[in-house]
Design a protein around this ligand. Sequence first.
Ligand code: NG1
Ligand code: MG
Length: 394
Amino acid sequence: MATAIQSIDDVKNEALQAFSKEFDGQGADYCVCAPGRVNLIGEHTDYNAGFVLPMALPMVTIIVGKLNGTNNCTVVSTSKSITTTNKAEFDVSIRAEIKPGEPKWANYMKGCIANFPGNVPGFNALVVSTVPMGSGLSSSAALEVATYTFLEAITGIQSKNLREKVLACQKAEHEFAGVPCGIMDQFISVMGEEGQALLLDCRDLSVTLVPMGNIRDHVFLITNSNSPHKLSFSAFRERRDACYDAAKMLNKKSLRDATMEDLEVLKNQGASEIMLKRVCHVINENSRTIAATAALQSGNYIKFGKLMNDSHDSLRDNYEVSSPELDTLVNAARKVEGVRGSRLTGAGFGGCTITFLKKDAVDEVIKSIKESYNGKASFYIATPSRGARVLECK
Ligand code: NG1
Ligand code: MG
């Protein structure tokens, strides 16, 4: 059996109670939530201005809070995986002077305040999250987007458009967490729609909704390897830089505009074997994402699953971001009848896999994984959920 995901109402009540306990019995005046995400296909394409096909999850980060009439913020997180202090205090009187520091988790929030298009008054807040950390389900984007939504609520300043919000949250991660991430995570956490996966064009930030109501007897199963991202930021940066260098050599703005013919051009310019493999992945992964979207829309689940498999194999062999743990999970799932496809999701190196399968094969897949995987895997059924929003404060 897959693990049930705590309902948003439950998480909210937990947050409201914890707020009142933490802040002398006071009630919160504002409550917001933002979801984590799982990417169905389109990996390492977002920072190449390409396509991704994620869905927002019912796993969320909730922030509840109240203005405190000062220029200081006190934020408490209830997350059990935080190893340093769970309380952060910082001054917001001059936004330009907000700098990252300790505790690290608060940097995502500080980064949003620093990039918010308006002054932010002091507040007390409490953060609760059901998005597992460091597993490729975007706990960091959920925290950024929840923070930005909270700031909109307490200031009454609405971002000009969603694009401004998405970019400010991404900037927070770049500048305050030092992670050179693409735009997918913040984009889907803002734009998610219930019952839909979203094809995102990371070049112009346009969105195509892909209704999932008609997948009938199929589901997406997330398997968390619980082997945390061994992705050192350097490995991610290295991949990204190889792509940027290749685009430069091709005289293109990004690899979004590259075609398979460009591989020859790169070869003639003396590109390394590694660079050619990285570029090959990105070009094909963009085509796969478009083809997979069409397959999903037309109900061709065999084809969709095959494209997921191809995506994983390319991430393993060309992009070299899989791990023995992820390969074991994927192989154990693929063995089971009724499984259409299985791949790693997110940056790789650890974290989660996503498997598309017939509903009645779920238990058999879980059994197969438990038999061949040494670690302790956890399982969730992914249902496409809504993006960030303000919740009623009761
Ligand atoms: P994960 O693995 O969820 O951290 C990372 C990037 C995404 C995207 C994917 C690969 C961060 C925060 N996010 O996702 O922007 O590039 O890898 O498709 O680094
Ligand atoms: Mg992250």
